[in-house]
Design a protein around this ligand. Structure first.
Ligand code: ADP
Length: 641
């Protein structure tokens, strides 16, 4: 063990270096956050010990009173935070404080904007809280010893926050960790008792262990100054509330306290959009405190992103990221659930099978959907619009994942539609239904790769002409969503680019006119079919077009074009299907085609029309060069004529 005793100097991992540099030089506008981060770490360390001691009581070394101490020394310009939590041994220290082993660091550095205020807000999200000490300190010392291990396994870690840190053995009687910050000249305020108290009150009231600070000494009696100075034993008092916030009655907790607690559980620096705090009694007993963040985390789309609630059992911390309590499509929800029914040694595996967890999950899911519903109804606030902007695409996964709540989720969906013709998704299905025409019995939608393609889709022409509203869908999940969303308010959804157009609102006259049209164009349709045999499954005349000459339609049971492109991009095998080509026989180009006697020219024009129909729905041509050459030969002939 002698090698360990020697002082050893090690280099930080490259990314840690960058991060430290950043911390020290640019994250200066919100200095006081370091206190919150370090107290939060201390509280986590205590939670960890509390949990580990359920299995092995000897870890407590006969001392089960948990506390965090904050001591300031204005003479030497230091502040020291101590906890009697789990502590660290040499390996832990190197692992936790020497490298930033977390994959989040690289993404953190990438996502930096250079705007120091915003950047400082991001720090917490990436689990780099400890390093925030270097915002205010020119040197940081960590003296720590792991619970249950011998005093001589104590370790002293030290760094100036530049390229290196040193580590050496230093015995420590008590378990836990003390972090001493040697404050920079312009950060002396954090050696001031009053200043530090106020920051702790602001950020750490909800921490369930007491954060203790020295009581200001009573003024000594006359003539006894020296004696008082020698004898006075420092007394400590708690600065924070130190009760778990969710155990308190709702009416007792201020909004600021709720917000501070949110920041603790979520590592988010912004205030939450809203929260819901509930105590459930009856067959199952539990308390939940659920928050909706205001902003999507950088890794929302990473399937491995941290998600889930902090789980407590009878107020004892059990685990972070207990994902069994909410479905995947609500993965943005943060918060705490504290159960009286689960056993203290519950594991993730047990959670997956426990019927109590299942019913809690159902109830919590409803709770979140209700919270969203309430927010959506509040017309005076932008909260729901903001929520939708951040998390709408995640919520769209809901109808597929959670059939039981489909109707509830459907009410929460927001869309772009031809009614507003705006890219802003702010129309609900209820809005749509309230505007439906008298005989209309379907909810129409179009799916395209982007908003503009959707809005300009030739399929919409007849709908615009007749004033029938169509939902404009262009998010990646939309085809997936519409595959699962079959009905709303008793009305079926209909993709306007799928199957034969059947407008229930059409009058008998309209229908008769369409039949005549089909009859008259039979010969033309047949000629086109012969030319495009390899490319289409069918050619037919349509009444859905007014301005365009042709459009492509997907067979009733075939995969939608957007879904097909997504699957192909993901390297998935997609079953080969051919689209249906619909022709607008009254369009001048169709009439030109009809009168074309030259078979070559006819073929060229038919191919061009097909390719254009493909392009206007955002599709890609199999052979773009051929399209160009066909079109050019037609243009050359035109110029000769
Ligand atoms: P995070 O807390 O998000 O994991 P930090 O950079 O703040 O990231 O801390 C890194 C790790 O260092 C923690 O995960 C923990 O294992 C360890 N650590 C930090 N502070 C303490 C402490 N007071 N007691 C024990 N371990 C600690």
């Amino acid at each position: 063990m002698t090698a360990d005793v020697k002082k050893e100097t090690l280099g930080f991992q490259t990314e840690a270096k960058q991060l430290l540099h950043l911390m020290i030089h640019s994250l200066y506008s919100n200095k006081e956050i370091f206190l919150r981060e370090l107290i939060s770490n201390a509280s986590d360390a205590i939670d960890k010990l509390r949990f580990a001691s359920l299995e092995d009581e000897s870890l407590l070394e006969g001392q089960a009173d948990y506390e965090i101490r904050v001591e300031v020394d204005p003479e030497n310009n230091t502040i020291t935070l101590s906890d009697n939590g789990i502590g660290m041994n040499r390996e832990d220290v190197i692992e936790n404080l020497g490298t930033i082993a977390k994959s989040g660091t690289a993404s953190f550095l990438e996502s930096l904007t250079g705007d120091a205020r915003k950047d400082s807000q991001l720090i917490g999200q990436f689990g780099v809280g400890f390093y925030s000490g270097f915002i205010v300190a020119e040197r940081v010392e960590v003296h720590t010893r792991k619970a249950g291990e011998a005093p001589d396994t104590g370790v002293l870690w030290e760094s100036h926050g530049e390229a290196e840190f040193s580590i050496e053995a230093k015995p420590r009687e008590s378990r836990g960790t003390s972090i001493t910050l040697y404050l920079k000249d312009d950060c002396k305020e954090f050696a001031d008792d009053w200043r530090v108290r106020s920051v702790i009150k602001k950020y750490s009231d909800h921490i369930s262990v007491p954060v203790m600070m020295a009581k200001p000494p009573a003024p000594p009696a006359e003539g006894e100054e020296d004696k008082a100075a020698e004898e006075s034993e420092v007394e400590f008092e708690a600065v924070n509330e130190a009760t778990a916030i969710w155990t308190r009655p709702r009416t007792d907790v201020s909004d600021d306290e709720y917000k501070a607690f949110y920041k603790h559980v979520s590592h988010d620096f912004e205030d939450p959009l809203t929260w819901s705090h509930n105590k459930v009694e009856g067959k199952l007993e539990y308390t939940s405190l659920l928050y909706l963040p205001a902003r999507a985390p950088f890794d929302l789309w990473n399937r491995e992103m941290s998600r889930g609630l902090k789980l407590y059992v009878q107020r004892t911390f059990i685990m972070d990221e207990a994902e069994q309590f909410l479905p995947m499509y609500l993965r943005f929800v943060k918060g705490v659930v504290d159960s009286n029914d689960l056993s203290l040694n519950v594991s993730r595996e047990i959670l997956q099978q426990d019927p109590a967890v299942e019913s809690m999950r159902n109830a919590l899911t409803k709770r979140v959907l209700d919270m969203l519903g309430k927010m959506a109804k509040d017309k005076d606030s932008d909260n729901y619009a903001n929520f939708w902007k951040q998390f709408g695409t995640v919520l769209k996964e809901g109808p597929a994942e959670d059939m039981a709540n489909q109707e509830k989720i459907a009410k929460l969906l927001r869309f772009s539609t031809t009614h507003t013709d705006s890219e802003v998704q702010d129309q609900s299905l209820e809005d749509y239904v309230s505007r439906m025409q008298e005989k209309q019995d379907k909810i129409y939608y179009v799916v395209a790769e982007n908003f503009n393609t959707a809005r300009k889709s030739p399929h919409l022409e007849v709908f615009r002409k007749k004033g029938i509203e169509v939902l404009l869908l262009s998010d990646r999940v939309d085809d997936w969503l519409m595959n699962h969303l079959r009905e709303f308010d008793g009305k079926q959804f209909q993709d306007v680019a799928r199957g034969a157009l059947d407008l229930s609102s059409d009058s008998d006259d309209d229908k008769a006119a369409q039949e005549t049209l089909a009859k008259e164009s039979e010969a033309l349709i047949e000629r086109i079919s012969a030319v495009l045999e390899d490319k289409v499954s069918e050619v037919r005349a349509t009444a859905r077009l007014t301005d365009s000459v042709a459009c492509l339609v997907v067979g009733e049971n075939d995969m939608g074009a957007q879904m097909r492109r997504i699957m192909e991009a993901a390297g998935q095998a997609v079953p080969e299907t051919k689209p249906i080509l619909e022709i607008n026989p009254s369009h001048p180009l169709a009439q030109l085609l009809d009168g074309e006697a030259d078979e070559d020219r006819f073929a060229n024009l038919a191919h061009v029309i097909f390719d254009q129909a493909m392009l206007s729905e955002g599709g890609h041509l199999d052979d773009p060069a051929e399209y160009v050459s066909r079109l050019n030969s037609l243009l050359v002939e035109l110029s000769k004529a």
